[in-house]
Design a protein around this ligand. Structure first.
Ligand code: FES
Ligand SMILES: [Fe+2]
Length: 334
């Protein structure tokens, strides 16, 4: 399955502290743990199964010693070093474990406030961990929102994020107004790297803190990964706020997913808490509508059980559907 060869966010990085943590990605149980050495911190993601007798390593603990950090199995106390190799069997301390005594190790990274995992090596050219430049830039304030667990597919949610024309209805008075429902789609580019949209425009009733009235706001979008999308709004004349919002979605099945928003902002005076509350409120407006869409999987192919019809303002969503189809994404599509 191609989805196993992609990077996915699994949990917020701040949730992973000194103890190992169990989680599930694409139906596979994982143990995440953190190795602190010399002021740096490295995350690890392994199959949550001890190679000795199959106990859950997430019930174990992280040991710090002269030898560095190790994960200790809760059952017989076998110790595994960061690369997965068993280095110590307490019941037979003289035993030198061979290379076969090894945990199943996956690639893991910490980025944009999230822990990311890739279960398998790509067998074809596939998107890397999504690039979100403002999210790496310390000059931008970083705020993570979520997780939001949703009863719909990851592609339905990403498409909703790319859709400006629902603002005046779902987010009336917040992100749009029904009396100003017209949108500008801008230039849509599709390539191997995903989808880019420049010069999209929507009317916002209160476009930025301190705004007197509504204004047309210009947006840029990128879809660098089948389950991620980034929206940017740059500061403009009279509007000092630059916002970049990345939607990162973990597909949990054909009809369920978990999402986070990584927000990076410059020039916005509101507190982190206020930004989170705003995002929670906007998301609670999206949720009932997005969860009501049937089928929950996104129709991308000719064999989809239903057809959906498109309007001129749907060019971005059509480009996104083609992108999923090009990549061969089957999870959450039909
Ligand atoms: S099951 Fe893990 S040490 Fe025995
Ligand atoms: Fe929305």
């Amino acid at each position: 399955m191609i989805e196993q060869q992609l990077w996915h966010p699994v949990i917020a990085a701040h949730e992973l502290r000194d103890e190992p943590l169990g989680c599930t990605l694409l139906g596979q149980r994982l143990v995440l743990w953190r190795e602190h050495t010399h002021g740096t911190s490295q995350v690890h993601a392994w199959a949550d199964r001890c190679p000795h007798r199959g106990a859950s390593l997430s019930l174990g603990r992280v040991l710090i010693g002269l030898h560095g950090a190790r994960l200790e199995c809760p059952y017989h106390g076998w110790q595994f070093e960061a690369g997965g190799r068993c280095k110590h069997v307490p019941a037979a301390p003289e035993f030198d474990p061979p290379a076969s005594h090894v945990a199943t190790v996956h690639e893991a990274r910490e980025r944009y406030g999230l822990v990311w995992v890739r279960l398998g090596q790509p067998t074809q050219a596939l998107p890397d961990l999504p690039m979100f430049e403002p999210g790496d830039n310390p000059a931008w304030r970083q705020v993570l929102c979520g997780p939001y667990e949703l009863n719909t597919s990851a592609p339905r949610l990403v498409e909703n994020f790319l859709d400006l024309s629902h603002f005046g209805f779902v987010h009336e008075g917040w992100l749009g107004e029904r009396s100003h429902a017209q949108v500008g789609i801008g230039q849509v580019e599709e390539g191997v790297d995903g989808v880019q949209v420049n010069g999209a425009r929507a009317w916002q009733p209160r476009a930025y803190a301190g705004a007197e009235g509504g204004a047309w706001i210009a947006y840029r979008y990128t879809v660098p990964h089948p389950f991620a999308a980034i929206l940017r709004k740059d500061a403009a004349e009279g509007d000092p706020v630059s916002n970049a919002i990345a939607l990162f979605v973990r597909p949990d099945g054909h009809e369920s997913c978990t999402a986070w928003f990584a927000m990076a902002t410059q020039g916005d005076g509101s507190s982190d808490e206020a930004l989170r509350e705003f995002q929670d409120a906007v998301f609670s407006q999206d949720r009932p509508v997005v969860e009501s869409q049937t089928p929950r999987a996104l129709p991308v192919g000719r064999l989809a059980p239903v057809t959906e019809v498109h309007g001129p303002a749907d060019r971005v969503s059509s480009a996104y559907r083609r992108y999923l189809k090009r990549l061969g994404i089957s999870l959450g599509t039909c």
